[in-house]
Design a protein around this ligand. Structure first.
Ligand SMILES: NC(=O)c1ccc[n+]([C@@H]2O[C@H](COP(=O)([O-])OP(=O)(O)OC[C@H]3O[C@@H](n4cnc5c(N)ncnc54)[C@H](OP(=O)(O)O)[C@@H]3O)[C@@H](O)[C@H]2O)c1
Length: 338
């Protein structure tokens, strides 16, 4: 295959993560040359990247922590586009919010944007989250469908010690402001809870959510209205907003929604041989979010049942549904905060 022209060279931050791995795979398949940042290029958990189609010729790994501007800049120089995907997604309790979440998320995003400006990047796609849209938005009627004008209430999240959401709201806001002030073309994507098969060998936090439904454990969850998107559809959305000249601002990426109880019923109808979780407490459901803006750009998604089936099938074969001796399955703390 001929080398991609310089205009098809892009950087993906946190290239070995769940969503980023699918994005790197998609970019390589579409003929892009990819600079992927990883924290440890020698680690087993990123070996899957080197096996992707076209990786030997078109994938270059850069060792970089988000807090290290020079290392990030070295990965971004020469690229026409940046996909800023890396952010910690902790499954356990956060004890030092600044070090574990806010520093890497907010200062890390600023580092990436400054490096993108210095390298004259054409467009930066920042991966934000549904948590920057739907949590206790101020002045938003409860029964009004949430669109890209809707912002979560950062102070309410801070008061709830929901540090992941504080970090995602702050970093998305800072990214869009940076774009307005400097003229850098910054667009954001707000994925829902992401399920789907994994490319990497370790189970990420959002798939632990689904595994908990099947394996069960002592933890309670709320009967929240959960928005869900497939990881492969998320990668498509990220590339779409990068390539579509008319894309601008925020893009909600949350095509499906279901309450926790309805999700449990769906899983029980699809699988019978599991213990299942049962500890769900009631809560009200405000109006859902809409992904119409992305759909108007031409985004197509898989049915929810296909996503669930592919995730569970993958987790079964990978052994993620087996019980580790003496280890209780836990519901990731972050999902009882958001
Ligand atoms: N999964 C979801 O349901 C979901 C939903 C909405 C939004 N998102 C957003 O999507 C993005 C990716 O999430 P994911 O689910 O793919 O999670 P993931 O698999 O845990 O990936 C997170 C990535 O960020 C990297 N990272 C964390 N701290 C870093 C630091 N200080 N410096 C450099 N890299 C760092 C990790 O590197 P290491 O491998 O070295 O730790 C990893 O590659 C995040 O921005 C997340 O907020 C995810």
């Amino acid at each position: 295959m001929a080398s991609p022209s310089p205009s098809r060279r892009v950087c993906v931050t946190g290239g070995g993560g769940y969503i980023a791995s699918w994005l790197v795979k998609l970019l390589l398949a579409r003929g892009y040359a990819v600079h992927a940042t990883v924290r440890d290029p020698g680690e087993k958990k990123i070996a899957h990247l080197k096996r992707l189609e076209n990786a030997p010729e078109n994938l270059k790994l850069f060792k970089a922590d988000l807090l290290d501007y020079d290392a990030m800049a070295a990965a971004i120089v020469g690229c026409q586009g940046v996909f800023h995907v890396a952010t910690p997604v902790p499954s356990g309790k956060i004890t030092d919010p600044q070090r574990e979440m806010l520093g890497p998320a907010v200062n890390g995003t600023t580092n990436v944007l400054k490096a993108a400006s210095a390298a004259n990047v054409r467009r930066v796609v920042v991966v934000s989250s549904m948590v920057a849209v739907e949590i206790d938005p101020k002045d938003w009627p409860k029964d009004k469908i949430k669109d890209e004008d809707c912002w979560s209430d950062k102070e309410a999240c801070r008061n709830n010690e929901d540090w992941y959401s504080v970090a995602k709201i702050s970093s998305e806001w800072a990214a869009l402001e940076y774009g307005k002030q400097t003229g850098l073309d910054v667009v954001t994507v707000n994925p829902a809870l992401v399920f789907g098969p994994l490319l990497q060998p370790t189970l990420n936090t959002s798939c632990q959510f689904l595994v908990y439904f099947l394996k069960g454990g002592p933890d309670q969850m709320r009967n929240k209205l959960w928005h869900i998107v497939d990881v492969r559809d998320t990668a498509d959305a990220l590339l779409l907003v990068y390539e579509a000249p008319e894309a601008s601002g925020r893009h909600i990426c949350a095509p499906h929604f279901t309450s926790a109880r309805d999700l449990l019923d769906l899983l029980k109808s699809m699988y019978t041989e599991h213990p299942f979780m049962s500890n769900i407490c009631d809560m009200d459901h405000p109006a859902p979010m809409t992904s119409d803006k992305l759909k108007k750009l031409g985004w197509k998604v898989r049915p929810l049942k296909e996503t669930i089936a592919d995730t569970i099938e993958f987790c079964k074969h990978a052994g993620f549904l087996d019980d580790a001796a003496g280890k209780t399955c836990r519901f990731p703390d972050v999902y009882n905060k958001i």
